[in-house]
Design a binder for this molecule. Structure first.
Ligand SMILES: CC(C)(COP(=O)(O)OP(=O)(O)OC[C@H]1O[C@@H](n2cnc3c(N)ncnc32)[C@H](O)[C@@H]1O)[C@@H](O)C(=O)NCCC(=O)NCCS
Ligand SMILES: Nc1ncnc2c1ncn2[C@@H]1O[C@H](COP(=O)(O)OP(=O)(O)OP(=O)(O)O)[C@@H](O)[C@H]1O
Length: 194
């Protein structure tokens, strides 16, 4: 069964596009959510994160203190690289186990970091969702009720959009100049024929 990766910069609309594929009956693996789930569920991983970032990385009830970790890692690329080295291998393993359980013509793996990690070796084709930087910043500020600098701090920890467009097999333009649904329907037909 084919695994199609969806990636793109923060606020590009990866999740929005993935949900359209889900409406077409295609199983979708959301890497952001899976990563945060593993960081709580996998006790060995959780103890590595506590050991490195401190007990404050988790609340007393065992849930992830996302803001505490985000404030550290998105201000320091070395700390982000350490967190990624803890979390990404487990997320890739999780996505492969998930994919092996699916019964569909193809599946989607939505991940912010596809080309930045080993993820793109584990999918058959990659879609990059593209939107201009200013639009992405505006969208994330509105969605997360956060400030511009916080969005830019994350953006600067991601691969350049032009490079992602060159590396991807397909590009979906989610720039509010073109409708997204016809682009998704076209790719759905392509993937069914793969
Ligand atoms: C730091 C954490 C706890 C913050 O959680 P929070 O709910 O605020 O953000 P969330 O995980 O939903 O990510 C939102 C967006 O931030 C950006 N982002 C997240 N992780 C990273 C990263 N490692 N590098 C660059 N950008 C990232 C992406 O655009 C992502 O879509 C979380 O982002 C995290 O654990 N990141 C490291 C693991 C990871 O890389 N996850 C994402 C892909 S697997
Ligand atoms: N074409 C669009 N028109 C209007 N709003 C949009 C459009 N595409 C996405 N959005 C909104 O912009 C915000 C970011 O979209 P989305 O969460 O899908 O991006 P993402 O790439 O998954 O972001 P992240 O990297 O943070 O996970 C969301 O609030 C979403 O509803």
């Amino acid at each position: 069964m084919r695994i199609i990766g969806i990636t793109g910069g923060i606020g590009s609309g990866k999740t929005t596009v993935a949900k359209i594929f889900a409406l077409l009956g295609i199983p979708v693996f959301y890497a952001d959510e899976a990563a945060k789930d593993i960081m709580v569920r996998d006790q060995e991983l959780a103890s590595r994160i506590r050991g490195h970032f401190g007990e404050a990385a988790y609340f007393p009830d065992g849930t992830l203190n996302r803001k505490f970790i985000a404030d550290i890692v998105f201000a320091d690329k070395e700390q982000l690289a350490i967190l990624n080295s803890f979390v990404h291998p487990a997320t890739i393993r999780d996505s492969e186990q998930w994919a092996s359980r699916q019964n569909a013509p193809y599946v989607i793996k939505e991940a912010a970091l596809m080309f930045e990690t080993e993820s793109f070796h584990h999918v058959d084709k990659v879609i990059t969702v593209y939107a201009p930087e200013a639009l992405r910043i505006r969208r994330v500020m509105q969605r997360d009720n956060t400030d511009r600098n916080a969005v830019i701090a994350r953006m600067h920890k991601q691969l350049d959009e032009q490079i992602k467009r060159k590396l991807a097999d397909y590009v979906i333009y989610n720039d509010e100049q073109q409708l997204v649904i016809p682009q998704v329907l076209e790719l759905h037909k392509t993937f069914l024929a793969l």
